[in-house]
Write a protein that binds this ligand. Structure first.
Ligand code: GFB
Length: 317
C-alpha cells in the first residue's frame, strides 16, 4: 500500500542521522505529522526484544530504515566487524519486526557500494551480485545486500510491500565532519575552511582520480517520499525486484570536487595528495532510469548544495 494520506503513521528509524533528518523534514513539509521517532537512548535498534516491543506498542503503517552504522572510506576499512555486525543487527530487527507488526510499506536504505567494484557504469540495479565488491567497504556492502535480500524474501514469501533504495554518496547539513570517520565532501569543506588564509597545502587522500556522484540530502529525502507515495503497480512495473537507485545522473573526480569546494569556501591553498590512503572504487555512477521513470528529478545542483552545507558548517563553528 502506498502513502496517500496524512492520517497514516510513519516510523523513521535513524531520524537523527543525515538522511533520516532529511526524511523527517520532507515528511513534515508535505503535511505528514504522525511521525514515530525514537532516539538511540529511547530505543536501541540492535536490541531485538526492545524493537519487537516497540512495534507492538506503536504499530506504524509505514517504515523508513535510515538507521545504520555509516562512515567514510577509512572508517569502513578500519572497523570491518562493526560495520558488518551492527548493520546486520539493526536491519534484521527493524525489517523483520516491521513484517511481524503488519507494516504496510517499508523502505530500506542501502548504498551504491553494494554493486560490484568493476561493474559497467552507470550502475544498473540488475548488476547486484554479478562480481566481487570493493574491498574497503565490502563489509558494509554485504550487510546492505542482506537487507535488500531480506526485503525481497519477505516480499516473495508473504507478499509484503517492502522495497529498497540505494542512494549514491550523500551530503548536506547535519553531515559528519570528523576527519577520520567522515565522507570526502564534508572532510574537504573542513580542510579548506581550516586552511583558508594560511599558506598550508590541503592534503587529499588517494590520487584524486576516483569519480563519485553526490546527492544533496533534501533531494534524496524528496525521492524517498516520492517512492513511498507511488502506487504498487507503478512501483513494481519500474522495479520488478524492488530495488531503486537514487542519484542525480552525473559524477566528477575527487580532484574536481576539491576545486569546487575550494571555490565555494574561498580558499586559495595548494592541493597535495596522500597516496598512502586508499582510493576505493574507481567509479560508482548510478543508473537512475527507474527513479526518473517514476517522475522524480533532483533540484539542488552540487555547487548550491555545497554552499548550503558550508553555511551550516560555519553556523556550527
Ligand atoms: O567519501 P569517501 O570516504 O568514501 O571517499 P567512498 C571518496 C573518495 O575521496 C576516496 C577520497 O577516493 C577517498 O580516498 N578522499 C580524498 C577522501 N580526500 C579525502 C578525505 O579527506 N576524506 C575522505 N573520507 N575521503 C564510502 C564507503 O566509500 O562511501 C561506504 O566506504 C559508503 O561504504 C559511502 O558506500 C557512501 O565513496 O570511497
Amino acid at each position: 500500500m502506498h502513502l496517500s494520506n496524512t492520517r497514516q503513521s510513519i516510523f523513521v528509524a535513524g531520524h537523527r542521522g543525515l538522511v533520516g533528518s532529511g526524511v523527517v523534514r520532507a515528511l513534515k513539509h508535505a503535511g505528514f505529522d504522525r511521525l514515530i521517532l525514537r532516539t538511540r537512548q529511547e530505543l536501541d535498534l540492535t536490541d531485538a526484544d526492545a524493537v519487537r516491543a516497540f512495534y507492538q506498542e506503536e504499530k506504524p503503517d509505514f517504515v523508513v530504515v535510515a538507521a545504520a552504522k555509516v562512515g567514510g572510506i577509512l572508517a569502513n576499512d578500519s572497523y570491518p566487524a562493526d560495520f558488518l555486525h551492527t548493520n546486520l543487527e539493526i536491519q534484521s530487527n527493524v525489517i523483520h519486526g516491521a513484517h511481524e507488526a503488519g507494516v504496510k510499506r517499508l523502505l530500506f536504505l542501502g548504498s551504491t557500494c553494494i554493486y560490484p567494484k568493476l561493474a559497467p557504469q552507470p550502475l544498473k540495479e540488475e548488476y547486484l551480485l554479478t562480481g566481487p565488491l570493493e574491498p574497503t567497504n565490502q563489509w558494509y556492502a554485504i550487510a546492505k545486500i542482506a537487507g535488500v535480500k531480506l526485503c525481497e524474501a519477505l516480499r516473495s514469501q508473504y507478499g509484503v510491500d517492502f522495497v529498497s533504495m540505494m542512494p549514491t554518496n550523500m551530503y548536506g547539513p547535519g553531515d559528519n565532519f570528523d576527519l577520520n570517520s567522515s565522507h570526502v565532501l564534508p572532510a574537504l569543506i573542513r580542510k579548506f575552511h581550516e586552511a583558508k588564509g594560511t599558506s598550508d597545502p590541503v592534503t587529499l587522500w588517494g590520487t584524486g582520480s576516483p569519480k563519485r556522484e553526490f546527492m544533496y540530502v533534501d533531494d534524496l529525502a524528496s525521492s524517498i517520499l516520492h517512492v513511498l507515495q507511488t502506487p504498487e503497480d507503478q512501483l513494481f512495473d519500474a522495479a520488478p525486484d524492488g530495488l531503486i537507485n537514487a542519484g542525480v545522473g552525473h559524477d566528477l573526480s575527487i580532484a574536481e570536487l576539491a576545486e569546487t569546494i575550494k571555490q565555494v569556501v574561498g580558499a586559495d591553498n595548494a592541493i597535495s595528495y596522500d597516496t598512502s590512503k586508499p582510493d576505493g572504487t574507481p567509479r560508482k555512477l548510478v543508473d537512475v532510469t527507474r527513479l526518473f521513470s517514476l517522475g522524480w528529478r533532483p533540484e539542488v545542483d552540487l555547487k548550491e548544495g555545497i554552499r548550503r552545507t558550508y553555511e551550516w558548517y560555519q553556523a556550527q563553528h
